[in-house]
Design a protein around this ligand. Structure first.
Ligand code: SAH
Length: 397
């Protein structure tokens, strides 16, 4: 296969040589050579010295990813097989765990191929493609999976612009179609999952450790408010940990049926729980007006959200969101503050927390902080790819 010489500027050249995996748009000095996504690239410096090989695929601020730093290594079936089997090998401890049957098997650049993730759901595989470029190499990935895993079935999600074609897309790839929802286990809890139901599957696997912490340390005897609750996974964790009551709030109409489903597969009486289909910001007003207070408030908003009345951007509005939460948290209560916005760091996130508590005139203590779990492998040197930031905070007085 032909390979295109891409000239990178000095600054990016140094970063790429050190191990930075993303080929930034403004690193490329001869962008006119970039023609078709999926083309293989040979990155060279101004002296035409080899830096790395990668591929062309537009994804956020990058135009592609580095695949190998060995000039002689070909990007072929064997390349994909070596990276995917190494990733599976790294997660062999998950395979032995009967209490957790869903996890990330391959995490993009953290496992050596940016733009590709593979999640495992009790024998089913979900492959996510983040650019047209990596998608053009799908025959290799599916060839490798056919060879080295024994999948019940494979599904895929295209997480790049398919020009509006997503809606009717069938995510089925191969195998015996699943009878969805299937039930997966996470630390002994059950979760209903549908791999063929639009953009999301019913559970965000990256929050596994946070759900475990909520269940094991902050739920017993407590009333827990779960905002942006989606299918209510945090509420399930809280109730499994002995919460006396949960209130789950999400704007999406489908969240009601989905939350009832998650409660039901865990033997929880959903009628004893509050499930509110409403705007979180309206709920905060309602709670204040009725002087409702909670022992625990979970905040896990999307990075951006636009509802009829409000726009929310976690980079701009997280402080205000925290202030709303602080106002309805009991003294000595806990706030689980989470964000998946990669555009700011943990340090910045903590300044939002500090500002919110200062403005609210309350003291606080951060009891725990965490980021992505182990199966979401990232390179320690580049925290920008470890997008998840979670602080568990106690409101003191
Ligand atoms: N915390 C969830 C995942 C949240 S996904 C979990 O752990 O499973 C983000 C959710 O926020 C979506 O379900 C979306 O419907 C909801 N959402 C977005 N804007 C909202 C708003 N203004 N009020 C309530 N829910 C909102």
């Amino acid at each position: 296969m032909k390979i295109i010489d891409v000239l990178v500027n000095d600054k990016s050249g140094i970063a790429l040589k050190k191990g930075y995996p993303l080929i930034l748009k403004d690193a490329v000095m001869n962008p006119e050579v970039l023609k078709e996504e999926g083309d293989l690239l040979r990155l060279i410096d101004r002296n035409r010295r080899f830096i790395a090989k990668g591929y062309y695929g537009n994804q956020n601020k990058g135009i592609g990813w580095v695949l190998t730093r060995k000039e002689e290594e070909a990007i072929d079936f064997n390349f994909f097989e070596s990276r995917i089997s190494a990733a599976i090998e790294r997660r062999s401890n998950f395979k032995l765990n009967t209490q957790t049957t869903a996890y990330r098997l391959f995490n993009g650049e953290g496992d050596g191929i940016g733009g590709l993730t593979i999640d495992y759901f009790d024998g089913y595989y979900m492959v996510s493609w983040y650019s047209e470029g990596i998608y053009s190499m799908k025959h290799h990935v599916y060839g490798v999976l056919d060879k080295i895993v024994n999948a019940k079935a494979i599904y895929e999600k295209k997480r790049f612009d398919t020009k509006g074609q997503y809606i009717d897309q069938d995510d089925y790839v191969s195998g015996t179609p699943g009878d969805f929802p299937i039930i997966v286990k996470e630390n002994g809890m059950n979760f209903a999952v549908d791999l063929n139901d639009g953009a999301m599957t019913g559970i965000f696997l990256d929050q596994r450790d946070v759900r475990a912490a909520l269940r094991d340390k902050y739920s017993e005897g407590n009333h827990v408010l779960n905002t942006f609750s989606y299918t209510g996974a945090f509420s399930v964790a809280a109730l499994s940990g002995g919460a006396v009551k949960t209130t789950s709030v999400d704007l999406a109409k489908r969240s009601l049926a989905k939350t009832i489903e998650q409660f039901s597969v865990n033997g929880i009486d959903y009628e004893a729980q509050d499930i509110k289909v409403m705007d979180v910001f309206d709920y905060f007003r309602y709670a204040k007006r009725h002087e409702l207070k909670f022992d625990v408030v979970v905040l896990d908003p999307p990075s951006f959200a636009r509802s009829k009345k409000y726009t929310f951007s976690s980079a701009k509005d997280y402080t205000a969101l925290l202030q709303d939460a602080i106002a309805i948290t009991e003294k000595k209560g806990f706030i689980v503050a989470s964000t998946n916005n990669a555009s700011f760091s943990m340090k910045k996130f903590k300044t939002f927390i500090d500002e919110a508590f200062k403005t609210s005139g309350t003291k606080y203590k951060i009891l725990e902080e965490s980021s992505l779990p182990k199966d979401f492998r990232t390179n320690r040197d580049y925290p920008e790819f470890n997008y998840l930031k979670v602080c568990i905070i106690q409101k003191l007085k």
